[in-house]
Design a protein around this ligand. Sequence first.
Ligand code: ADP
Length: 637
Amino acid sequence: MPTDDILLVLRQNWGHQAFRPMQEDIIRSVLAGQDTLALLPTGGGKSICFQVPALARPGLCLVVSPLIALMKDQVENLRKRGIKAEAVYSGMSHQEIDQTLDNCVYGPVKFLYVSPERLLTDMFRARVGRMKVSLLAVDEAHCLSQWGYDFRPPYLQIAALRELLPGVPVIALTATATEQVKLDIVEKLRFGPGHRVFQQSFARPNLSYSALPTEDKLRRLLEVVRGVGADKTSIVYARTRRQTEDTAAYLQQHGLKAAAYHAGLPSDQRTRTQQDWMENRIRCIVATNAFGMGIDKPDVRLVVHLEAPDNLEAYYQEAGRAGRDEKYAFAVLLHGPNDADELRRRTQQTYPPLDTVRRVYQALANFSRTAVGGGELVAFDFDIQQFAETYRIKALDAHNSLRTLAREGFVQLNEAVNTPARVHIPIDHHDLYRFQVANEQHDKLIKSLLRFNGGELFSGFQRISENSLAQHLKLSVLDVRKTLLFLHRSGIIQYQPRQESPQALFTTPRYDADKLPLDQKRLLQARDLARDKTEAVIRYAAGGRCRQQLLLEYFGELDAPACKVCDFCLAEKKARQAPAPAADLRQQLLTLLKATPQTPREVLTHFAPGQATAVTEQLRELVEMGELKYAPDGRLG
Ligand code: ADP
């Protein structure tokens, strides 16, 4: 549907009546073929900025995105609107990736989402040149910068990808970027001359930020939640899984509809809790930062942090989930007397000694049974607790070493995402029929598969439900899986079992741990950067200025006016309305009594009860100075 009527594209596909501020300018820049950087706050409507121009032009839009959950969300959203979208990520089988990429070369696919480490694989490079790519979109573009808070080295490969796509414009999008990160994105993505940068202010006028010092966080939390309204939607961020559960239990005991959410819970429970919260059966979700990405609930009235994240980028994003409907909402950080030191200590720990990092790398190779030189991009199930116990590594060391390895581009850790089982039948009807006749014991299952999914199974991978098959065939789910696996091994079907555990993978061929090329200088730089970011968080919590201004300055907006709604601005306003200082009060009394003489008792009725002492004192002083005199009837004038 090539058209310049982008408003029509928006209305027809999304049903939105108009563009939000800046969306249209961004889209026009992309359509004019200019490399474009779009900085919009969370919830600002970034996806539309690349999806609309992609639909307005023939060809395919390649989207680089760092998180599987985010990709799946977007692909599903597009498909719901009848737009063909595909995704390629680790955890998919070689065949499935192969087929998806083929669809993008030969089929009418409009959007292909890829994780960055796929970009330079041979399989991808061989195909991408043959796809009719019209636009390259780089989502969460701050991941490309070492100065950002979430550096993903594979993002740097996008520059090389651009060489395979000459003349294709790029649009980079992010919700957080400091000046340094902006410059980095433009440079590392090799933006062409005439490129455009659009930045919407990150100010959130309807969001009241506060940071409350407290020695009893749970009690304070309860007060805050009740203060905003126990029947309102809220998110409480905690740092550990344990803390989410304890806090949710505490809130429940006090009669609130609260529930815990973290990556360690079974996936169906997580889905249910999230659903209950989305549909207002649960009002307060107490979560680790695993919760929130890709969630779009407009009426969140309150986001509380029981502990500060270690950088303001993360804080801004998480707090920013409040008040997306642009109505008044609150972002509250609770901080205890030792929090600043604790935060510093944690940041320090995030950078374990290099020996530990190497030891963890070696353990990971043993855990996954990966030989030197092998294992590149092959995902394996990875339970960090089990890993740490097996190799007697302290959980914290394991966690931080793996983070270092991920940041340096040697391994990747994927959050648990629930991927349903999928099946494709690669042979034709006749061959399948012959197999069914010869293997009667499997006939029923194959028939059920076809009955549930139809002929689509022959053209590509389809989601199947192992549970429904088991119910229908009166077998256990385990038996169904075994049979599917058998058929897979026999080449009759291609079967991707359901996945729901976190995964890890090596992003390079595995090194000998001793020869792992860790860049000491860069690691030290990263540590210093992390330390600076932590100090910025501590300054934010300490306050002393408008909190919105503090945040905006961090993101390079230096001239933002005071927000008037944060705790600091409100306290200032209150101070201004407080009892007038002595000189003002004296003037006020003189004006009042020169106009209408009255008794001290009558004078007091003009003032708030709290001011009585000050008023009486000023009256006495004015009489002593001779400015006021008593009349015989007791009135002052
Ligand atoms: P971001 O990625 O910037 O956080 P999204 O692209 O997810 O934001 O958009 C946030 C929400 O705003 C979505 O529900 C989206 O449908 C909605 N939205 C985006 N653009 C518009 C628009 N022009 N009019 C109305 N709603 C919009």
